[in-house]
Design a protein around this ligand. Structure first.
Ligand code: GLY
Length: 570
């Protein structure tokens, strides 16, 4: 690898504070950079309109679960890149009284799916079949998720919650600069998949207003008829007809059978923190638990934020955790997962016994394989805190950018390509370079393993932080580093979100750094220990949306400037 820089595009873009990997420590004179501070409530998401609609619902007397429905649907309107009706997600909650839980609305494999559906006659993976087109979609879970959560805990009616979203779809949203480039990037593929006349086949420029009338009508029907509309009503029929016409296998029976599932979150302690995160079929909670518990015995504060020593010990924990992730984790309704064992202190201590501060562990020494992986930022996360003190961390996705690229013009939304999150064939990487084992093989009705990591953190028994991020396989490590930034290095929420990040996922055996953020001394130190460095693959790692409850009870938003995230509140 070549030279390293100390000042760079990303640093310039998001401000110079705490942005460069270097051995220097923040000085006492440092003026902390904070995000939006509010007294009562907050929503942080990938789009300003979605955050503001969530807050509007809170101000109308709704709680976090009402705001979840509004924010999620507003993201489906304004952020079709990842916001969705045709995808799925996970939400982790903590009520004001400390009660915790989570809801799994991950997509499921259709009943006609089978283990080898993406393999050719000689047993090789057919490129593109699990990522593009109608066969790539799992049965969507988003509408079930938001309605199930809101029905249990919300206070307003879905019609009242969805009205501002319907208005937004009808009146339109303004295309942002980043959105223009993303839409341009998929224009040809969307035309190829859906035909020239498809809604997102039209070229859009920053500043244009997009009015999605088909989506407004779909949302109106859903507001009137509830989730049954999506799973059993006219919307279900149109979706199935469209998908089957394009060669997909989702049936009316698949939709009618879909249910979101309440799950016990993964809970573990890290020093004085109690971390509450998503259980399988997301790998998020278990893997972030393994990483943080493996580094807990080390004096990270003394090592210094993003010092070579810190990067090394965290990398070795990431390597070992992802090796376990890929082997053991899958849908708990289909496979037995030793969650307790994987988070046991003695087990994790034994995993770190091979850690050598002078030399990189080789991933082949833990397991075999060699893969390539590609950038991904396509999921989206939002964090909500209401005025009663209820907290929600929600991550939702279509998987790839605009999912399978199948756009249902009659309904106004994209379908997911979540089937690629299954292991199509043991040992063959998916679009994130993650290789899977039997635990994550395809089966009818099974949920594919996810990396989404919606997470809540308590400190001293009180809610302290709500966070999560997009980023495919890098989600887990981005969330772990944000928690460590705030806890070990006393960063404000905004600083913790902005600090440069790195990532290792066992295979490929390389540390990924955000473009041009790596100090040359650290680069030399790591390469001298045989670490492979990759700075070129992706300009950013994750795009964290977070909220911190400050010691005075106020809320601080952390809206990641790597993307167009925004905090709103009152
Ligand atoms: N589709 C990305 C994930 O669930 O991890």
């Amino acid at each position: 690898m070549n030279k390293k820089f100390s000042i760079n595009g990303l640093a310039t873009l998001i401000g110079l504070q705490v942005l460069i990997f270097s051995c220097s420590q923040p000085t006492d004179e440092r003026i902390p950079k904070t995000g939006l501070i509010t007294d009562n409530a907050m929503v942080v998401s990938a789009r300003g309109e979605a955050s503001r609609i969530g807050v509007e619902i809170l101000q109308k007397g709704g709680n976090a679960f009402d705001a979840m429905m509004a924010t999620e649907m507003a993201l489906a309107v304004t952020f079709p890149f990842a916001g969705n009706l045709g995808g799925g997600g996970f939400a982790v909650y903590r009520m004001a009284d400390g009660q915790i839980g989570s809801i799994d609305y991950r997509e499921k494999a259709p009943m006609a799916a089978h283990r080898d559906m993406y393999l050719d006659e000689s047993g090789e993976v057919i490129p593109g079949l699990s990522t593009q087109g109608a066969l790539a979609s799992g049965v969507p879970g988003t509408i079930a998720g938001i309605f199930t959560a809101q029905a249990k805990f919300g206070k307003l009616s879905p019609a009242e919650i969805l009205q501002p979203v319907i208005d937004l779809a009808r009146n339109g949203f303004v295309v942002s600069t980043q959105q223009e480039s993303r839409l341009r990037g998929i224009l040809e593929v969307v035309r190829q998949v859906n035909g020239e006349d498809t809604f997102y086949g039209i070229e859009r420029k920053a500043g244009d207003t997009i009015k999605n009338l088909a989506l407004a009508e779909t949302l109106e029907r859903i507001a009137q008829n509830g989730k049954e509309e999506f799973y059993k009503g006219e919307t279900a029929q149109v979706l199935v007809d469209h998908i089957q016409e394009m060669g997909g296998i989702i049936t009316l029976e698949d939709l009618a059978a879909y249910e979101a599932v309440w799950r016990e979150p993964v809970v573990f302690d890290y020093k004085e923190l109690r971390v509450i995160s998503m259980a399988p079929p997301s790998s998020g909670g278990v893997t972030i638990g393994q990483i943080l518990k493996m580094v807990e015995p080390f004096d990270l504060k003394k090592m210094g934020h993003n010092s070579a020593e810190y990067i090394q010990v965290l990398t070795e924990a990431m390597r070992r955790a992802y090796a376990d992730r890929n082997y053991y984790l899958g849908d708990p309704d289909f496979v037995a997962i030793p969650v307790d064992k994987l988070l046991e202190v003695e087990y994790l201590k034994s995993r770190m016994e091979s850690y050598d501060p002078d030399l990189a562990t080789k991933s082949e020494a833990i397991a075999e394989g060699s893969v390539l992986f590609a950038e991904s930022m396509e999921t989206t996360h939002y964090s909500i805190m209401d005025a009663e003190g209820n907290a929600l961390a929600v991550t939702t996705t279509l998987n790839g950018a605009y999912g399978s690229k199948v756009y249902l013009d009659e309904l106004g939304f994209f379908m997911n390509n979540e089937m690629d999150d299954f292991s199509s064939k043991a040992g063959v990487p998916n679009m994130f370079g993650l290789i899977g084992a039997d635990a994550n093989s395809i089966a009818p009705g099974k949920r594919m393993l996810s990396s989404m990591t919606p997470t809540l953190v308590e400190r001293g028994g009180k809610l302290w932080m709500i966070l999560g991020t997009p980023g495919g396989s890098t989600i887990i490590t981005a969330v772990a580093q944000t928690i460590l930034n705030a806890y070990e290095f006393d960063m404000t929420m905004q600083e913790a979100v902005e600090a440069p990040r790195f990532h290792h996922q066992w295979l490929p055996d390389q540390i990924l750094f955000e473009e041009n953020t790596l100090d040359s001394a650290i680069y030399r130190s790591l390469t001298s220990k045989n670490y492979l460095i990759n700075e070129g693959r992706t300009p950013i790692i994750g795009s964290v949306d977070a909220i911190m409850v400050l010691s005075n009870g106020k809320l601080e938003g952390g809206a990641d400037p790597r993307r167009e995230n925004e905090a709103a509140g009152y």
